[in-house]
Design a binder for this molecule. Structure first.
Ligand code: OAD
Length: 251
């Protein structure tokens, strides 16, 4: 850790210590060190290798339900084989040091939960949940490694993964909770997201416009960087670990 990064982390630890409420928004970058591919990183990102129009839209599922289903089954097996990394663990432990912390994620993986975070707001759904494509009834039976989507017991239509696809609205209850947390936070910590997808990224922008402190943790520049009060450049695992140890020292 460079000296200047350590100095910025001290400042962030002070801000966190005095913030009455904190909201954290995470993206695919927080799971990258677990081996889960991001979406937009060149070469390794999922959208560099696959076209979202073929795999992550209602139209794609209507056209080729098996292909879409199999792609999500592949992503499920990939995530199942990974483990939470230092950033997930540090974010879970942060809850013990801060009075009011809300964790909001755009990720559909379950790595925050497996690291011990409770009550995580999933803006883009959950990779391991399913629901009917037509009547939206949740499908709770195990799907194993089935290569084709099961039929909905309620209406007979096909079952789909319960994630948000391009062009679809976000789950209302989750979005409301995220908005509330962002509107009430004195500090918003944005970790590992390219901040290109709305409304998720817009929540952080609005919080900043309202006067919340905005801090970004990301190895790369994002559209949030110019308005952020602090940008910590680097991978989230080591940065979050160091931040947690500063908070522990100060406790
Ligand atoms: P992206 O792939 O767009 O961005 C990942 C971000 O993580 C980039 O800004 C990277 O610089 C950063 N990053 C990479 N490695 C990192 C590390 N070790 N530590 C911290 N940051 C790192 O992923 P998201 O911003 O999450 O939506 O994408 C948002 C949404 O777009 C996703 O939820 C998904 C996608 O289409 C849906 O599926 C609806």
């Amino acid at each position: 850790m460079t000296q200047s990064l350590t100095a910025l982390l001290h400042r962030l630890a002070d801000w966190l210590g005095s913030a009455p409420a904190t909201a954290v928004l995470t993206g695919a970058g927080v799971s990258a060190e677990s081996g889960v591919p991001t979406f937009r990183d060149a070469q390794t990102g999922l959208w560099a290798r696959y076209d979202p129009q073929d795999l992550a839209t209602e139209e794609a599922f209507r056209r080729r339900p098996e292909l879409v289903w199999q792609w999500y089954q592949w992503r499920r097996s990939l995530v199942t084989a990974t483990r939470p990394n230092a950033a997930h663990h540090a974010l879970a432990a942060l809850a013990d040091h801060l009075s009011d912390l809300t964790l909001i994620t755009q990720n559909v993986d379950d790595l925050h939960e497996r690291a011990g975070s409770a009550d995580v707001i999933h803006l883009h759904g959950n990779l391991f949940d399913n629901r009917c494509f037509t009547c939206a009834t949740p499908y709770t039976r195990p799907v194993g490694d089935s290569p084709s989507p099961p039929d909905c017991p309620a209406c007979g239509a096909l079952v789909r993964p319960s994630v948000v696809w391009f062009g679809e609205p976000l789950p209302e209850a989750q979005l409301d909770r995220a908005r509330f947390a962002m509107e009430n936070a004195a500090l918003v910590l944005v970790v590992g997201t390219s901040a290109r997808v709305h409304p998720a990224a817009g929540l952080a922008v609005r919080a900043c416009e309202r006067g919340a402190r905005l801090v970004e943790i990301n190895p790369a520049q994002t559209p949030l960087s110019p308005v952020a009060d602090l940008c910590l450049r680097g991978p989230s695992g080591p940065i979050m670990t160091e931040l947690l140890s500063l908070l522990r020292e100060g406790a």
